[in-house]
Design a protein around this ligand. Structure first.
Ligand code: ZN
Length: 321
């Protein structure tokens, strides 16, 4: 997938100075869909103003099988990023930021489509990809979704439950600490892979997207009283409180130390645990954080304030067209 995306974005667009058009969006959607088994999950791609007050760049509407993009908002954000990076970028790099930021927004929404696919697959054996297996098997959010949708409630009811968790998470933390960070990380990893052989050509662009990956991984982790509270822990707490998990999560406990021990057991690699939002030790966290601080010190962590895109479509708020 990476090679195909690289060819498409860099060779077909950037190198040819081809302006970002609808085909750019459709092309990325098609390539990602083909490799992630979500063909048929999106029946429409829309271009429209989504939520100008919150500068929402993209939105996935699962009940309508559509994704929408606000290309004005995406352009503005790319422009803001380039402005914030300032003189670190040469003229060529400013152009690259425009294309790659747009690609990242598209990939972020597509990651949400894949999450949904993973939520309603019939059994965990249906998931072939190794990383997806790790994310789903160890992550109470996905795990419970699978169990809810396939065994307990059926898809519609499961989606309502998911919405309840999401609402509480957003109320408490401002965003969905598991789903949003997963989409942010997934999209950043893909862009970084595409840029692998271009470190010398566009070094500041490569460094910026690497910093994006580190910032995304940090999402949802908190250092409290010498211990690290992980994103998955936060979600598990809410799910337990609401009685949604009822023993479905066999190895996970709301006790921080117990969860840490169990999660190290289930996923020994600290990098993989950070990727999934699982518990890490303070040492593991600080090692990761040092790298993020380096990016910050060098001015590559530029936060363009962007409200998390909402997925309120379970409520069918939007008009059907
Ligand atoms: Zn999102």
């Amino acid at each position: 997938m990476i090679e195909e995306l690289r060819k498409f974005i860099i060779e077909e667009y950037i190198s040819k100075n081809r302006e970002i058009d609808a085909e750019f969006y459709v092309g990325i959607v098609n390539i990602y869909s083909k490799y992630n088994g979500i063909e048929g999950w999106i029946s429409k791609i829309k271009f429209e103003e989504i939520n100008p007050e919150e500068c929402t760049e993209g939105e996935y509407r699962p009940s309508k099988h559509e994704i929408a993009f606000d290309y004005m908002s995406i352009d503005d954000t790319a422009g803001d990023i380039a402005a914030l990076l300032g003189s670190k970028l040469n003229e060529e790099e400013q152009v690259w930021i425009q294309y790659l930021h747009t690609a990242r927004v598209i990939l972020h929404e597509l990651a949400h489509v894949k999450q949904r696919k993973n939520c309603i697959v019939k059994s965990i054996d249906d998931i072939k990809d190794n990383r997806e297996r790790v994310v789903t098997e160890v992550n109470p959010y996905f795990r419970s979704n699978i169990e809810y949708s396939s065994e307990l409630f059926g898809e519609e009811e499961a989606l309502l439950k998911i919405k309840e968790w999401n609402d509480e998470l957003e109320e408490r933390y401002g965003y969905d600490v598991v789903m949003e960070r997963d989409a942010e990380i997934e999209s950043a990893i893909i862009i970084n892979s595409i840029l692998k052989d271009y470190q010398d050509k566009v070094p500041s662009v490569a460094k910026f997207f690497n910093a994006c990956l580190y910032s995304s991984i940090e999402m949802g982790y908190e250092y409290v009283n010498d211990r690290i509270v992980s994103p998955v822990h936060k979600r598990a707490e809410i799910m337990k409180k609401k009685n949604f998990i009822n023993g479905n999560i066999k190895w996970y406990d709301v006790d921080l130390d117990k969860s840490l021990a169990e999660s190290i057991n289930a996923v020994p690699s600290a990098a993989e645990r950070l990727r999934c939002g699982l518990p890490v030790t303070p040492e593991e966290y600080l090692k990761f954080k040092r790298k993020l601080c380096e990016f910050n010190r060098d001015g590559y962590v530029v936060m363009v304030y962007r409200e998390e895109d909402k997925e309120e479509n379970i409520e069918q708020k939007d008009q059907i067209d």
